[in-house]
Design a protein around this ligand. Structure first.
Ligand code: AMP
Ligand code: GLY
Length: 434
């Protein structure tokens, strides 16, 4: 098979997807649009020589404009479109690409409601018998107040709509919880879930699913899990502390019943189903569903994948995952540290420039939110700017690689967490009893 793929999006996830696609010997072309400076010269960055058509610079694409995505896919003659971020999926861009007769990895607008509406996700989980936190959907102040009092502190208040990973407030302060609820037009208020969190991604073809390696994401902005929630400040995989049966349990209790329920509702799920889980003292619970590759987990996970990513996504989009068998992985650990701009997750400072020195072979630099200034210098252009990814035979070695290289990067207005994967590397995460 000779695949040419168009990846739609501009962040670290899309850069990481393109890098992994470029490693697949069956992929002869990868385009990322609108992309970022990290994706614009993939062949130079990745030394790929089997791909004839890598890294063409197509920075003008509006990912929300289905006609533009279709036109570009036709112009490029790709055999597969991969939609990276959730918002175009929720807006139905994947449906329109498919209607134009182009194969697309990514759920329909209807299926993307699993991420687009927290309330829809809760209803699907209830029908499918998937374990999740007890919750109330509230639009009126009176209901909000009574749900806060019913569940008590710590309060968990979630904007019902998409909020780029920043719609959830977990707080001991009832006034803060109430203020967040009032700032949203509808919220889901739910019981607090304790225990370590896990992200498990499944590649789905509408009926079948194949799990990727379980990963852990660091949601809070500060060391020691302090400060507000972000889109994710780092991640690692696999999880040395996780019970070996974890993935099978998540597939059996969460992914498989959810796929069956979506099919039953006439909205089969094709694309990446992301289960955000809490391993609580009372068993595993779904914290959230997302309908696309997680960011930054993807940056850590994909370098370990030996199975060709192009072939895998193509099979999912064709509805024929059974032809893939099981996935094969490198026997290593991988982590990503997010280098963010000061101010994130509030308004980030976009001042200053970035210099990226050559990295050792086991370290990769992923561009999440960079731009080229008029002076030709690399600059931050959103809250999460770079992902520093490293592999090693254990987590300690992967951490050493990433943390020693990151100090060489010149980014005076940036910051990063110092404790990504630290507890896991030091054996300090108690093994949950599932
Ligand atoms: P979500 O966008 O639903 O993933 O929520 C973002 C983050 O908020 C999660 O990764 C958790 O760290 C936290 N969170 C969400 N729901 C709960 C819950 N019920 N209990 C505890 N923490 C939660
Ligand atoms: N890392 C969390 C997310 O992608 O939503």
């Amino acid at each position: 098979m000779q695949l040419t793929v168009l990846v739609v999006g501009a962040g670290g996830r899309e850069h990481a997807l393109a890098a992994a696609l470029a490693r697949d010997v069956e992929v002869v072309g990868v385009h990322v649009a609108p992309g970022n400076p990290g994706t614009w010269d993939l062949s130079a960055s990745y030394g790929v020589d089997h791909a004839s058509d890598l890294g063409q610079r197509i920075s003008h694409l509006d990912p929300f404009n289905p006609d533009a995505v279709v036109d570009l896919a036709l112009d490029l003659g790709v055999n597969l479109v991969v939609i990276g971020p959730e918002a175009p999926l929720v807006a139905g861009v994947a449906d329109q690409v498919r209607e134009a007769g182009i194969l697309c990895f990514g759920p329909s607008a209807q299926a993307a409601q699993l991420e687009g509406s927290k309330n829809f996700a809760k209803q699907v989980m209830a029908s499918a018998g998937v374990p999740t936190a007890a919750s109330r959907f509230c639009e009126e102040l009176e209901d909000i107040e009574s749900a806060l009092d019913e569940f008590g502190a710590p309060y968990v208040v979630k904007d019902d709509a998409l909020a780029a990973g920043k719609g959830v407030v977990v707080t001991m302060d009832r006034d803060v919880a109430l203020a967040h609820a009032k700032s949203c037009s509808a919220v889901v208020i739910e019981e607090y879930l304790d225990g370590p969190e896990v992200s498990l991604f499944a590649i789905c073809d509408g009926v079948r699913a194949l799990p990727l390696l379980p990963a852990q994401d660091f949601k809070r902005v500060g060391d020691g899990d302090t400060g507000p929630n972000t889109g994710g400040m780092g991640a690692y995989c696999p999880l040395p502390w996780a019970p070996p049966e974890l993935t099978d349990m998540v597939m059996a209790q969460v992914i498989t019943p959810t796929l069956a329920e979506m099919e039953r509702r006439g909205a089969p799920f094709q694309g990446l189903l992301y289960a955000g889980l809490a391993l609580t003292s009372r068993g595993l619970r779904v914290v959230e569903f997302n309908v696309r590759f997680g960011d930054p987990e993807t940056e850590a996970i994909l370098p370990l994948l030996d199975t060709g990513l192009g072939r895998l996504l193509f099979a999912a989009a064709m509805g024929s995952l059974e032809g893939i068998g099981s996935l094969t992985w490198k026997d290593d650990y991988s982590l990503v540290i997010v280098y963010a701009a000061q101010g994130y997750p509030g308004t980030p400072s976009l001042d200053g420039s970035i210099t990226i020195p050559p990295s050792p072979e086991s370290v990769q630099v992923i561009h999440c939110g960079t731009a080229l200034g008029s002076d030709g210098c690399l600059k931050p252009n959103s809250g999460r700017v770079l992902g520093i990814v490293a592999q090693g035979e254990d987590l300690g070695k992967a951490r050493d690689g990433a943390y020693s290289y990151i100090t060489d990067i010149g980014f005076p207005t940036g910051f990063y967490r110092r404790d990504i994967a630290e507890k896991a590397a030091n054996g300090m995460i108690p093994i949950p009893n599932l």
